[in-house]
Design a protein around this ligand. Sequence first.
Ligand code: FMN
Length: 179
Amino acid sequence: MRTIILYGSPHANGDTMALVRAFRQELTGDIRLIDACHTTIQPCADCRYCLTHPRCCVNDGMMELYADIETSDNIVLASPIYYDQLSGPLLSLCSRFQVYYKNPLVTRRLGVFLAAAGGSSKSIELAAHTAALIFRQLGARFLGSAASMHTDCIPTGKDLEALHTTQMLARKLCNAYKA
Ligand SMILES: Cc1cc2nc3c(=O)[nH]c(=O)nc-3n(C[C@H](O)[C@H](O)[C@H](O)COP(=O)(O)O)c2cc1C
């Protein structure tokens, strides 16, 4: 089982990473983490090359990621919540999936969303909706999400309920391949 984690926090050891660690503890197989905040991968410029060609014309680190995505079983979007949304760097990276708009991926892969929010957001609904759009672009079925919602008061590393939900989600993902 191959899993790609697209990571959208600028913090190497912040709240979102606490969820990623809990998730990884329960996950089997090959896991690759892509750090959207510290990558040289360019955002999509909407040049529209991919509307008439099967590939993106920007030859950067995304080429390797396309190959990884296309052979992966699972995609995890892991992000802090900014203005109720996925973080800007993660959205920028995911904009390069526009190549699959005209060249859809036909797969059985699964998608999971992990989020950390300071506390001003009442829900992760808007970000989860965006995650669902991205999963659809990647031909992935949205398996579920887990969130730590009050990081201003409880750092995610101490948010036992969120960590437990995250671990259960990882087990659900593993079990989906056993069935
Ligand atoms: C630019 C910006 C926007 C934010 N917007 C929200 C928000 O809309 N809702 C919320 O609950 N927290 C918001 N936060 C707080 C972060 O979600 C919170 O600090 C989170 O724990 C950061 O996770 P990290 O440590 O993984 O980066 C925002 C933080 C920043 C920097």
